[in-house]
Design a protein. Structure first.
Length: 316
């Protein structure tokens, strides 16, 4: 009896030791945020969730020069009590990083969107119209290390013909349902930073959409001071539309003041404009409130929709 107890104790200690060794060099974190916003526009006012998420992320040190990492993030509305909460995938990927840069596989934000579009569409709740980009998912991406201020990023969305054979995947683009085709859609970004000046060039071949269009963009930023940055962008999607935008952001200590404007020039139709401004105020390093106001002209007529929003963000 005693020998059995001793054997069990020894085995348990051995397993605990193996687990400790396996966990050594690894990290695991749970994180998330809760966001609410009250909005008002010509279509009416509303109180609701503004993109609350929760997720898990971690890293494992493989050797001195190589680290594996993962992220799994879900999005779920947090504004109404319900027995049927809708939970959707926000992003999920695994990858390797080291002196070569990093490579990751899964579903995550478009590298084009991050480099070009977010430089002007900087709002918490309001949103500007954007040029067409490849949707998220089924993507492999490579991010180079910074080479004297130069960075290169390349991604490929892989859609096999088996995915669309019986149940074609669709997405909504500017109010139209578009069927995704099988194939490889390539996106590429080149960034360069030198002192206060930064610029990025982006390209998306939209190969998994029906048609032969592609999207190209340029973003140029200049830091006038440590707390003041201005940005200009130009985007074009073949035979569809061009967009020119300007943005500024000022950090006043307790938060940011920001403003953006852009002009959309459709291939068919008249130009129209979008404007917006906002301010954030930090209550703590992970808690802030904000207010925003924007004016959005309609592409189909001369109507202008004025939108306002106030909201709160709590990260944990």
């Amino acid at each position: 009896m005693k020998k059995s107890i001793i054997a069990i104790a020894v085995s348990s200690a051995a397993l605990a030791s193996v687990s400790a060794q396996a966990a050594e060099g690894s990290t695991f974190d749970a994180y998330g945020n809760i966001q609410y916003a009250y909005t008002d526009s010509d279509s009416g006012d509303a109180f609701g969730d503004n993109g609350s998420t929760f997720g898990f992320k971690g890293e494992t040190q493989i050797d001195q020069d190589l680290t594996a990492f993962f992220k799994y993030e879900l999005e779920a509305d947090a504004d109404e009590k319900s027995s049927d909460v809708s939970i959707g995938l926000d992003q999920a990927f695994v990858g390797l990083k080291g002196g070569f840069g990093k490579i990751q596989v899964g579903s995550f934000d478009s590298i084009y969107n991050n480099a070009i579009q977010d430089s002007v569409d900087q709002f918490e709740n309001l949103g500007f119209r954007s040029t067409t980009t490849t949707v998220e998912g089924d993507t492999i991406a490579y991010f180079s290390p910074s080479m004297n201020g130069l960075e290169v990023q390349v991604s490929t969305q892989v859609k096999g013909d088996a995915e669309s054979a019986d149940n074609p995947e669709t997405t909504d683009i500017d109010g139209q349902t578009v069927t995704l085709e099988d194939g490889n859609a390539v996106t590429a970004v080149v960034k360069y930073t030198s002192g206060p000046l930064s610029f990025a060039v982006g390209y998306d071949d939209l190969n998994n959409y029906q048609g032969d269009a592609d999207t190209t963009g340029l973003s140029v930023g200049y830091a006038i001071a440590d707390n003041l940055n201005v940005t200009a962008k130009y985007e074009t999607t073949d035979d569809f539309q061009d967009i020119v935008g300007l943005a500024a952001r000022y950090g006043y200590g307790a938060g940011d003041i920001y403003a953006s404007a852009q002009t959309i020039s459709p291939e068919d139709g008249d130009d129209y404009n979008e404007y917006g401004a906002g301010v954030t105020y930090s209550l703590a390093s992970n808690v802030y409130v904000y207010g925003e106001v924007g004016s959005f002209e309609n592409a189909n007529n001369s109507d202008t929709d004025t939108q306002t929003a106030v909201g709160v963000y709590y990260g944990f």
